[in-house]
Design a protein around this ligand. Structure first.
Ligand code: SME
Length: 162
């Protein structure tokens, strides 16, 4: 039987990005792009229990968009949670232990660490955030930050391509 090769984190992101490049060629629909990104990232990493987007739907208000994993909270205002902080500060949030953050919103009590990256258009407006949750404490690191920011730029570029 052929042995499955387990790639390291960086190699897995590089494969995801290469696959996305082919899968999304010419695609400009944000829901199709977000859905495909969630699928590729979620299936590449057993370590993530939830991977998904929250989209800006009103002033300082986000609603859940495409995602993979268990159900997520439906609405997150900018004033709440790690997602809200990422949107307000327009800065990625790398949280190695969510238990240490009183403002963290626990959509699942099993989540231990998470990364939230804002999707910002050319005018500097936050269009969405991309949230990746892990049930492993201290799982997310600078490698996730680097590649998830690159992946989010695929979505950011949509808002200027039209
Ligand atoms: N933990 C996030 C909420 C989203 S869910 O975990 C899917 C937050 O604190 O904003």
């Amino acid at each position: 039987m052929e042995k499955e090769v387990v790639l390291n984190k960086e190699s897995r992101y590089l494969k995801v990005i290469e696959d996305l490049y082919h899968l999304l060629e010419g695609e400009t629909d944000e829901i199709s792009v977000m859905s495909t990104i969630c699928c590729e990232v979620f299936n590449a990493f057993d370590e993530f229990s939830w991977v998904g987007f929250y989209r800006l739907t009103d002033t300082e208000l986000m609603k859940v968009g495409p995602y993979q994993g268990g159900h997520g909270c439906l609405v997150i205002p900018f004033s709440k949670g790690v997602c809200g902080k990422a949107a307000t500060e327009k800065m990625s949030q790398l949280v190695k232990d969510v238990n240490a953050l009183p403002y963290h919103i626990a959509c699942s009590s099993k989540t231990q660490s998470e990364l939230v990256v804002p999707v910002i258009d050319k005018e500097g407006k936050v269009r969405a955030v991309f949230d990746l949750d892990s049930e492993i404490i201290d799982y997310v690191d600078d490698t996730d930050l680097k590649y998830v920011e690159i992946i989010c730029s695929i979505v950011s570029n949509l808002y200027t391509a039209k």
